[in-house]
Write a protein that binds this ligand. Structure first.
Ligand SMILES: Cc1ncc(COP(=O)(O)O)c(C=O)c1O
Length: 360
């Protein structure tokens, strides 16, 4: 079976084996060096000297944590959205009483940076910009560097969903002045679901000191205090910590540049491969993601059937579209533990499956 969805992604034997270890006392001495060493190595991958915390939750918990730790009810926030997860960020902000100013673009279309500037100009009291780096729902990567420059010029906090990009695509958190950046263990990290990892900048801490949204489980202060004792506030997903400990060694051995190059090469090969079969990409190609490729169905190609044939006849699992794209695109995950050979064998399966999903 080949799992080619954009998360959970396949795990290498090394991390699966690490998961099989016996539990340990998370308030005992053994956990202290484990947490410290994972945190230090995460900072390397986040490319930050700021704080990084491990929250036992899925990625969405990290998005919620970013919001409740830095904002107060009634705060104006600019939510940039061009996909399902941008909309989710907006929903979480609203759920906690933020005054959300939506800046929406068609799904699969890039962010118009002038529109971001205009909106910030017209709404001086906006406190934060919320944005998704890699929009998994449409297979596109937003130009976070450009957006973060604008957020900085306007002196706004920037909260980033990098759930399906961090550890795969370059995101130098400090160089780009990103205040809270969130990722999830089941994406590029080669480990199972269960952890959200978040970085917190100095500016985010200043906002945190004033932030009034209700928070308990997600409180960054509790994480900071506990981290000094070598603990997490709540019972951590210990098995996923074991796996991440091993995965981080593997990642740092490959090196960040090596990881980014591999994802870029595999992303480009996937796009070239699907196009050579006569398929077209869903997002603007200049913004096509190196971690997930979204392919358009057409009058000729029945994507639901293609997904079924790949599963039933080739044991390859790909994802369909989300929400309004449910039956019109398919999405291929190529992040984390993925090799050139994996993509070649995927493209081979796709080539064989395609005629069976082609309408007469
Ligand atoms: C960009 C993005 N944001 C948020 C999420 C939500 O993460 P989770 O399902 O781990 O809560 C995902 C997961 O697919 C994602 O890809």
């Amino acid at each position: 079976m080949q799992l080619r969805i954009p998360g959970p992604t396949p795990c290498p034997p090394e991390t699966l084996e690490a998961m099989g270890r016996q539990m340990m006392n998370h308030r005992g001495e053994g956990f202290v060096p484990l947490l410290a060493s994972i945190t230090e190595r995460l900072k390397k991958v986040f490319q930050t000297k700021g704080d990084v915390f491990l929250l036992t939750s899925s990625g969405t918990g990290g998005m919620e944590a970013a919001i409740v730790n830095t904002l107060s009810p009634g705060d104006k926030v600019l939510c940039i959205s061009n996909g399902f997860f941008g909309d989710r960020f907006m929903d979480i902000g609203r759920a906690y009483g933020a005054e959300v100013i939506p800046l929406c673009f068609d799904w699969g279309k890039p962010v118009d940076i002038d529109a971001v500037k205009r909106t910030l100009n017209a709404n001086g009291s906006i406190k934060a910009v919320l944005v998704v780096h890699n929009e998994t729902s449409t297979g596109m990567t937003n130009d976070l560097r450009e957006i973060s420059v604008v957020a900085r010029d306007f002196d706004k906090l920037i909260l980033v969903d990098a759930i399906s990009s961090l550890g795969c695509i370059n995101l130098p958190v400090d160089d780009w002045h990103c205040d809270v950046v969130v990722t999830g263990s089941q994406k590029g990290w080669m480990v199972p679901p269960g952890l959200a990892m978040v970085s917190v900048s100095e500016k985010a801490w200043q906002a945190h000191a004033q932030a009034k949204m209700p928070r308990c489980y997600w409180d960054f202060s509790l994480n900071r205090d506990c981290l000094q004792k070598g603990q997490t506030p709540w019972t951590p997903a210990i098995s996923v910590f074991y796996a991440l400990d091993t995965a981080l060694d593997m990642m740092l051995e490959e090196g960040l540049d090596g990881i980014f190059r591999r994802h870029a090469r595999i992303g480009s090969r996937t796009r070239a491969g699907v196009k050579s079969l006569g398929l077209s990409l869903f997002p603007d190609e200049d913004y096509a993601s190196d971690t997930v490729t979204a392919v358009r169905g057409s009058e000729r190609i029945d994507v639901s059937k293609l997904i079924r044939v790949l599963r039933e006849e080739h044991q390859v699992i790909v994802a369909g579209g989300m929400e309004k794209l449910a039956h019109s695109i398919l999405r291929i995950g190529h992040l984390g533990y993925v090799s050139d050979d994996d993509i070649e064998s995927f493209l081979e399966a796709l080539k064989e499956a395609l005629p069976k999903a082609t309408k007469a």
